[in-house]
Design a protein around this ligand. Structure first.
Ligand code: C2E
Ligand code: CA
Ligand code: CA
Length: 638
């Protein structure tokens, strides 16, 4: 019976160790500390085998031998509880990053007990052996208490944070803790170790299984909690009524870095940034949501001070970061949201958070800080109002498609037009697409809206003879969300068939901000659509982090220079030269150039000289309703 039990526990521990070792995907402190618990448990069970052999007289022993054996035994049985508490702290709090003195203070009782155990043969503090019999020393109870302290401390902590485990494991963890505690009391009273070691074993198995799933809540780059953990947190905690402050921290240069450097240096930069945030905030609840976005949650009663945190961040960000050997000045956007008791529930928080996330950057400061108190509620209200207006417009068919003429520099005739969406709400009045498009992208309405745009434009093409008017095609804006929509090719095909038009009359404008998306899929999608017969333009060239190589990878026939770079060319001589080179470069690779934002005769002339193929802007016409556009074109081209 005894032998069977020993062999069984032994086997289970080793299998667990092997499993855990093999399933380890990356190094993390909590994993290492958990592994050390398993090693200790394995040693304990080895020790048990040894004891068994001694008892059976298979091994002959003397007092020295026995003392050594007991020393290892006590060392392990006390130490394992300390290791357990340490593991729990690393798992939930990133304790390993706490100041050294805190870690030392935490380990101090364990160190004292270790010294007592090791010196016991001489001092008899914990135990001593005489004539083959082991006696307890005067500080034995102290050892038990210290172990209990670690055990209870770790368990309470795990209990408090159990929500970070998937639900079923959270419950198991609680159960295991309760049972272990009962067995421990039983051990103290009856000295029966068997139940305790079984409980230990069950604990290890449960934790190990939980850990392989807890990875689900950890970000591998930063070892911080990830987006899923944040969503869990929001689901459970927000709205519970405790005051807290939420910081949304975004690395503004993220897109740029993603575009211009490899995965590894980007990751190490993110890791460095995570380290800074963790070190300066000294807080345990930091989440990395991906895309250079962090969230820090500060409970009301914490030692965190905003000034100190921001001051240290600012000091760090004054110094350029080293990214793959290059010095790069990084900048942050920080939105601070104070959530007061009861004022904010989960849905509101999500919207509030999104509104902060959607905020346009307004400055080039190293840290651009926005206080939710000052802007948030207004912004949030507006956000809601616009959402409602979008909803109304979809139901009441209030969206209108306007057309802005595009003129060829060669023929001086209108050869195409860009379809631009207009929303005139009966409550809010005119709402710019710059405002409602991003909102509709964040709440998913963009798909419905764009179906409407595509439908209107295709109908327009069907109802009018473009060729007769001298028009080659109509340009339709596609947002990134649409481009990534799997149904897009089928949808386009559907509308082509519905109106029986030739796809050559449609040019799709895509914007180059796709860095957060799966580029391979995007490219594939674009080629699929191209096969249907549509052509593409690359919109807003010069606003993002446009790069020529990327442009060539996409099947675009035209490049639309953004109005901001067109305008800057007329203010700054250098930019004029840059634009000139840009145009000739694009011509070399057989792309046509459209200049946007042409407002004056002078600009028109200069852009002509620079060799732009097409011009678009208020100089010719603002976007106008379809009937006006038709009349305007007929007159202009006559
Ligand atoms: P965009 O695609 O860059 O569109 C060009 C914008 O520049 C339009 O603003 C147009 O009215 C404006 N514009 C054209 N010429 C001039 C000029 O000479 N001077 C000035 N100051 N502005 C000029 P609009 O219509 O407000 O649209 C803003 C943005 O909203 C568009 O930028 C586009 O990104 C988005 N958008 C508009 N309609 C749609 C749509 O149907 N679908 C999608 N996904 N996005 C759309
Ligand atoms: Ca456009
Ligand atoms: Ca544009």
């Amino acid at each position: 019976m005894r032998v069977g039990y020993i062999l069984l526990t032994f086997t289970i521990v080793f299998v667990c160790m092997w499993f855990f070792h093999e399933s380890t995907r990356y190094k993390a402190y909590y994993r290492t500390s958990f592994f050390s618990i398993m090693v200790m448990a394995a040693l304990l069970y080895t020790n048990r085998v040894f004891q068994f052999l001694l008892e059976k007289g298979v091994i002959q022993s003397n007092d020295v031998f026995l003392t050594l054996e007991r020393m290892i035994y006590y060392y392990l049985i006390f130490g394992i509880f300390c290791a357990y508490a340490f593991f729990i702290l690393c798992l939930f709090d990133q304790f390993q990053y706490y100041p050294k003195w805190k870690i030392l203070l935490f380990l101090l009782p364990a160190v004292i007990i270790s010294i007592m155990v090791i010196t016991s043969p001489w001092t008899h503090w914990i135990f001593y052996v005489e004539n083959g019999v082991t006696y307890k020393g005067i500080f034995y109870t102290f050892g038990v208490l210290v172990a209990m302290y670690y055990g209870i401390f770790g368990s309470l902590h795990a209990f408090r944070k159990r929500k970070l485990f998937p639900k079923v494991f959270g419950e198991c963890v609680v159960l295991v803790l309760v049972l272990t505690f009962i067995h421990y009391i039983n051990y103290v009273i009856t000295q029966d170790e068997i139940l305790l070691s079984v409980a230990l074993l069950v604990g290890i198995v449960i934790y190990m299984l939980a850990l392989t799933t807890v990875d689900f809540y950890k970000d591998t780059t930063t070892n911080l909690f990830n987006k899923e953990a944040f969503e869990q947190y929001v689901k459970k905690e927000i709205g519970k009524g405790n005051d807290k402050t939420v910081y949304l921290i975004k690395l503004k240069n993220y897109e740029y870095l993603k575009e211009n450097c490899h995965e590894i240096p980007l990751q190490s930069t993110i890791r460095e940034l995570a380290e800074c945030i963790r070190k300066y905030s000294k807080l345990p609840s930091i989440y990395y949501l991906g895309g250079g976005k962090f969230t820090v949650i500060v409970p009301k009663h914490s030692k965190f001070t905003e000034e100190e945190f921001l001051k240290r961040l600012r000091e760090r960000f004054c110094i350029p970061f080293d990214v793959n050997g290059a010095s790069i000045q990084l900048t942050l956007f920080i939105a601070i949201m104070n959530l007061q008791n009861g004022k904010i529930n989960r849905t509101n928080f999500t919207k509030y958070y999104l509104a902060c996330d959607e905020m346009k950057y307004r400055s080039n400061d190293l840290l651009e800080i926005i206080h939710g108190d000052n802007f948030g509620i207004d912004q949030l209200q507006r956000y809601h109002q616009v959402e409602e207006a979008i909803e109304r417009a979809l139901v009441e068919h209030e969206f209108k498609v306007f057309y802005q003429p595009i003129v060829s520099t060669k023929t001086k005739k209108i050869v195409s037009a860009e379809a631009l969406l207009r929303l005139n709400d009966r409550v809010l009045g005119f709402i710019s697409p710059e405002e409602f498009i991003p909102i509709s992208e964040s709440n998913g309405k963009i798909i419905e809206i764009s179906d409407y745009v595509i439908d209107s434009v295709f109908r327009f093409i069907k109802e009018n003879d473009l060729e007769k008017l001298g028009l080659d095609f109509i340009e339709v804006n596609l947002s990134m969300i649409q481009c990534m929509d799997k149904k897009l090719p089928d949808k386009l095909k559907f509308f082509l068939e519905k109106y029986e038009i030739n796809p050559k009359f449609v040019n799709l404008e895509i914007t180059e901000t796709a860095t957060n998306y799966d580029e391979e899929r995007l490219r594939q999608q674009l080629f699929d659509i191209k096969k249907l017969g549509f052509s593409f333009s690359l919109d807003d060239y010069g606003t993002g982090y446009s790069n020529l190589v990327r442009v060539l990878e996409y099947p675009v026939d035209m490049i639309k220079l953004d109005k901001s770079i067109v305008w800057s060319a007329f203010h700054v001589q250098d930019n004029y030269v840059t634009m000139k080179n840009l145009i000739s470069m694009f011509h070399d690779v057989r792309r046509k150039i459209v200049a946007e934002g042409v407002e004056s005769e002078e600009q028109m002339q200069a852009l002509n000289e620079l060799g732009c193929d097409y011009l678009q802007g208020y100089y010719y016409s603002k976007p106008i309703v379809a009937e006006d556009f038709l009349r305007f074109t007929a007159r202009f081209n006559a």
